[in-house]
Design a protein. Structure first.
Length: 410
């Protein structure tokens, strides 16, 4: 005896690969499908429709298949309202809660499809009936409060993965993300520069996610120039990035190495801890800039140009700086706020912070990841940031080229 459920796919489901992925999901998970209706879009802007019956041996197996199909954009035919259950306690969700993707999502409540606010992967969906209108948002599990109305199961949920654009030619086409050292750097950098100009002209927000390699590899001045010129609206990094940037101003070194001569000055290995001491003595980065202790660099430009920054700590941090957020959940929430406001994100030579920020981004946010190590970009995409494009190149080459592309002629 088998159980069955009808699902629907609609949109540019052929050239985006959505239909093939859904067929594969059913077969890979031991189910079967039968296409009951198939209408192909016959011109550039026409959408394709597919309805199929999915069968499995048990209800549990069918539910697992439907869950995966839902994550890939399929919707259960003749949907009912979503199932809501109250959270039994703080930080505890009901059994069988719906775990989100980072794609645009809609929840059916009282017969209406409500768009989910601040889409983010690996969260619960919470329905809020307290206002004049019903709202649906995402909550990380540690933010769940007793009594929250949490969506469970797969009923009444519609996910819309970004589709491949039909005009072609753009590296920023959603679902075309990839990693390649073969990409023509100059042309891709020109596209990134165009996107940054567009964001600025439309009062959008560019978030830059920074790793210490920016300082080591010689990209510091170029990034500082971009902050000063107004192309960067917020910055996310770790304690290490800020320390090495400030160390460069105070001692001319980064992690004890002279960034100009590549020599190791006497006591250079202590410069980073001396730097932390001096910033602590001043009362923080902003105070150190205001009293003249710090006179250049990325953090200097952030302070003098009112560009907000989040420094998230880790277990291995020296010091850390007074500005570094050492509570992991507090740091996540600060990063989440930055990510939700961003229209374009540049992730520059940091695996840890790229994945952390990527986890908070909706799939509609354009993302660029630059690293000398292909595994960094690959891991970001594997975590679900399918909208990211990757450049495998030296950050010390990338940033000056980007700065030159944006600032020449201004």
């Amino acid at each position: 005896m088998t159980v069955a459920r009808t699902v629907e796919l609609e949109g540019h489901i052929i050239d985006s690969g959505m239909m093939a992925r859904c067929f594969g999901v059913v077969m890979d998970m031991g189910g079967e499908f039968e296409v009951e209706e198939f209408e192909v879009g016959r011109h550039k802007h026409a959408e394709t429709y597919c309805r199929m019956m999915v069968t499995a041996d048990t209800e549990a197996e069918l539910r697992a298949i439907i869950h995966e199909l839902n994550q890939n954009g399929a919707t259960v035919a003749d949907p009912r309202d979503a199932t809501l259950e109250a959270a039994p306690d703080d930080q505890v969700v009901p059994i069988d809660f719906y775990s989100t993707t980072n794609h645009p999502t809609f929840v059916r409540v009282d017969g209406e499809w409500i768009p989910v606010e601040d889409c983010e992967m690996d969260c619960a969906l919470v329905v809020d009936r307290s206002g004049d209108t019903i709202a649906v948002g995402t909550k990380v599990l540690n933010a769940i409060e007793e009594g929250d109305l949490v969506v469970t199961g797969e009923t009444g949920i519609r996910v819309e993965p970004p589709e491949r654009p039909r005009n072609g030619g753009s590296s920023f086409g959603f679902m075309q993300g990839g990693v390649s050292s073969e990409r023509p750097s100059a042309s891709l950098i020109a596209e990134i520069a165009d996107e940054m100009r567009s964001v600025r002209e439309n009062d959008g927000s560019v978030l830059v996610v920074c790793g210490p390699a920016i300082i080591h590899a010689g990209g510091r001045d170029a990034l500082a120039d971009l902050v000063r010129a107004g192309y960067i609206d917020s910055l996310s990094a770790g304690n290490g990035f800020a320390v090495h940037d400030l160390e460069r101003d105070l001692y001319g070194t980064s992690l004890g190495v002279d960034t100009e001569t590549l020599e190791h000055p006497r006591k250079g290995h202590k410069h980073h801890i001396y730097t932390i001491s001096e910033i602590g003595r001043a009362g923080g980065i902003e105070a150190a800039v205001e009293n003249g202790t710090i006179e250049s660099g990325v953090m200097y430009e952030c302070v003098t140009n009112d560009v907000p920054f989040v420094l998230a700590g880790s277990i291995r941090d020296d010091g850390p700086l007074p500005d570094t957020i050492t509570d992991a959940i507090e740091a996540q929430n600060a990063i989440r706020e930055q990510a939700h406001e961003a229209d374009l994100v540049l992730m520059l030579s940091t695996l840890l912070h790229s994945v952390a920020v990527g986890n908070c981004l909706p799939s509609t946010t354009k993302t660029v990841c630059v690293d000398i190590n292909p595994a960094t970009v690959t891991q970001l995409l594997d975590r679900g940031s399918a909208q990211a494009i990757g450049m495998v190149t030296d950050i010390g080459t990338f940033l000056p080229m980007l700065s030159e592309e944006l600032l020449d002629g201004e």
